[in-house]
Design a protein around this ligand. Structure first.
Ligand code: BGC
Length: 667
């Protein structure tokens, strides 16, 4: 169809203006006369949060399968699995007649305090970008659209509607835009959602440099930009910056656009070009409804959510191999904390899904323990808050009388959620207290944490034997973590963000949250491990860290060439062997380090990763192909990507601080 001739030329000015904004909160405008359909959007990103009005007039939300949040999906380091989750989310959307799911979010975790970190993947742009691309690809392959958000520089919730993220161009391109760039180039999301904040002084919704020059002209984005909800301040300015769809319907917005048009500030060409882009996507989505299969098996959906939860859980600490729980050693077990029965599966705000089921870790523990272990349950806190009192004493008593204490702790919806940041990187003081008291009562204390971002554990980590990061793992979180604790599954998740010792150690400390007008990202490129590793800072758990119940040995590094010229590739091969006694999966990471610096560069940067499954004794070869992009940086004088000639180290490791093999390539 020739949209310009057959549709746009027949639209009145009023119709054009109407089409450029939402019809209501969740739908786009339809025009029956010309056969323009309406499309339905819904949050996102880890399940469908579709609202409806019940018969009694009250607002309700449909139940849907709640998958692990992006923070947990990232710690799977498994894009293939995330692609499957994307497909499963599309099936949820088809079932609920949703055309576009509002996600994924791929902002970089600049500070552990950002309230929405659970909705984001990583502190590293490559890991975030690859996971995002896989999610988009999976979902769109099933005929449902995505909305890549929040573009860009939305790395804190505090003051998000006003703050200007002040980011220098090199940092912007290498860190904050990179995951968006990877996702757009690899997977072409049908829509991108602009962020609320300003970027270098200009609202993202009006930022031509961002929405047009970078997103369309450089990244080659063919879809449409929609606004975050009410993020448009001036509809005319946003249209000129290439924002096609204002969401949701906003009183007064049409008048602003009409007045600007009448003053000649918005031309017919600009309006028609935006409409052409918008309607191209509207028809594409409408047509894609045909390829949606309509297949829906709630059990399969739940099992996939569980698989993703299993792979995303990270075993952070395991002294004396206390985990998995041994039926020989443990005859009586104390399970402490309401999160064992009612897990915190996600953060709060627009991403909060009403789960269709909720697995309880406690139930699964009792099932696995069978007759061999007597399991006590104590609830020293309710409603996701530690409440000191009589039940704390009961918890201590249960811990004293048991061979092991499994203590479930975490944040809550008020701590981690949209529109606000965390006040502290620590758990609530009462929770910390509870951990210390239980640990003093039982030397075999294992802590399970439900949270979507780094936690400061310094006050209690040395008192407990093991720590499991359950994360926010969706509705199957409970059974998944129980299986990990008892060794029915082997943990294979690794941290997608560094766990620093304290907030004072973090690179954005002192500049976050800004001065009320702007937040200067003066740490520049030194985000996450780029900072800790460059400045040689001690951390609690490094980026990429995660333990297993088996052990892996790395050997046989083979780099295809010592000197790399022009656009050629270097192939890096090595072997990984499972030297333990159980089957397991290992996440392998390749970092690049330039040896003699001519411009500032972080100590090392992740350039490739993979996940390999190995039976006991089995060995497999891993292969990474690196092209010039693995060595480049954004050169400000050239205003382009550039590779310096010289020597580079290739570091292969099990985490950013556990490098097992290394070699050199010269460019
Ligand atoms: C959030 C978006 C969300 C939208 C619709 C906004 O407040 O920032 O991520 O998709 O609301 O609920």
């Amino acid at each position: 169809m020739n949209i310009k001739e057959e549709i746009i030329s027949k639209l009145s000015l009023e119709e054009k203006i109407r089409l450029l904004s939402g019809k209501n909160h969740w739908q786009t405008v339809d025009i029956e006369r010309l056969g323009i359909p309406s499309i339905t959007v819904s949050d996102g990103p880890h399940g469908v949060r579709k609202e409806y009005t019940a018969e009694d007039g009250s607002k309700k939300t449909h139940e849907a399968v709640s998958f692990p949040t992006s923070s947990t999906m990232a710690s799977t380091w498994n894009p293939e699995l995330v692609r499957e989750v994307g497909k499963a989310l599309a099936r949820e959307c088809s079932r609920l007649d949703v055309d576009i799911l509002l996600g994924p979010g791929t902002n970089i975790k600049r500070t552990p305090l950002c309230g929405r970190n659970f909705e984001y993947f990583s502190e590293d742009p490559l890991l975030a970008g690859e996971m995002t691309a896989a999610y988009i690809d999976g979902m769109q392959s099933q005929g449902v659209g995505t909305s890549l958000k929040h573009f860009a520089g939305n790395n804190q919730e505090y003051d998000r509607n006003n703050v200007s993220s002040e980011i220098d161009e090199r940092t912007l391109r290498e860190i904050y835009l990179k995951p968006f760039e990877i996702a757009v180039k690899k997977s072409q999301p049908w829509t991108v959602m602009c962020a609320y904040n300003r970027l270098n002084g200009i609202y993202c919704s009006e930022n031509k440099f961002l929405l047009s020059d970078i997103l369309r002209d450089e990244f080659g984005f063919h879809g449409i930009v929609m606004s975050d909800w009410w993020a448009v301040h001036d509809r005319a300015k946003s249209l000129k910056a290439s924002l096609e769809l204002e969401m949701p319907f906003t009183e007064g917005s049409a008048e602003v656009l009409r007045a600007a048009y009448e003053r000649g500030e918005v031309t017919d060409e600009e309006m028609d070009a935006a409409l052409e882009r918008l309607l191209t996507i509207v028809y594409k989505i409408h047509d894609s409804r045909r390829i949606r299969t309509g297949e829906y098996d709630p059990e399969k959906q739940h099992m996939l959510a569980k698989e993703a939860a299993l792979e995303g859980i990270v075993l952070l600490k395991n002294e004396e191999g206390i985990l998995p729980v041994s039926k020989e050693k443990v005859k009586r077990l104390a399970v402490i904390g309401q999160y064992a029965k009612m897990p915190l599966i996600q953060g709060g705000g627009s991403a909060r899904v009403v789960p269709s089921r909720l697995d309880s870790a406690f139930d699964r523990i009792v099932e696995i323990a069978g007759e061999d272990i007597e399991v006590d349950y104590v609830e020293p806190y309710v409603l996701w808050n530690a409440i000191p009192g009589v039940d704390v004493n009961k918890a201590i008593e249960a811990a004293v009388n048991s061979d092991m204490a499994l203590l479930f702790v975490g944040n809550n919806y008020e701590i981690e959620g949209e529109g606000h940041d965390r006040f502290s990187m620590k758990l609530l003081p009462d929770m910390e207290n509870l951990i210390s008291r239980v640990a003093s009562a039982n030397e075999n204390t294992v802590v399970v944490i439900q949270a979507g971002s780094a936690i400061d554990m310094t006050s209690w980590i040395n008192k407990v034997k093991a720590v499991v990061l359950q994360g926010h793992s969706g509705q199957a979180a409970g059974s998944a973590v129980a299986e990990i604790l008892f060794g029915a599954a082997n943990p294979s998740g690794k941290l997608a963000e560094t766990f620093p010792l304290s907030i004072e150690d973090t690179p954005a400390y002192g500049t976050y949250p800004g001065n009320g007008f702007a937040a200067w990202y003066s740490e520049g490129l030194m985000v996450g491990y780029r900072y800790y590793d460059t400045y040689n800072k001690e951390v609690l758990f490094p980026f990429g860290h995660g333990l297993s119940y088996t052990a892996f040995e790395y050997s046989g590094l083979d780099i295809s060439t010592q000197v790399l010229e022009g656009k050629k590739k270097v192939t890096v091969k090595f072997k990984v062997k499972n030297t333990g006694s159980v089957q397991g999966k290992e996440v392998v990471q390749l970092y690049v380090k330039e040896m003699i610096l001519r411009v500032i560069r972080p100590e090392k940067e992740l350039k490739a990763f993979g996940k390999v499954e190995l039976m006991p004794g089995e060995e497999k070869e891993i292969r990474f192909d690196l092209d010039e992009h693995a060595f480049e940086y954004y050169s400000l004088p050239r205003r382009d990507w550039h590779v310096e000639g010289g020597k580079y180290k290739l570091l292969i490791g099990a985490s950013s601080r556990d490098i097992r093999l290394q070699g050199i390539v010269e460019i």
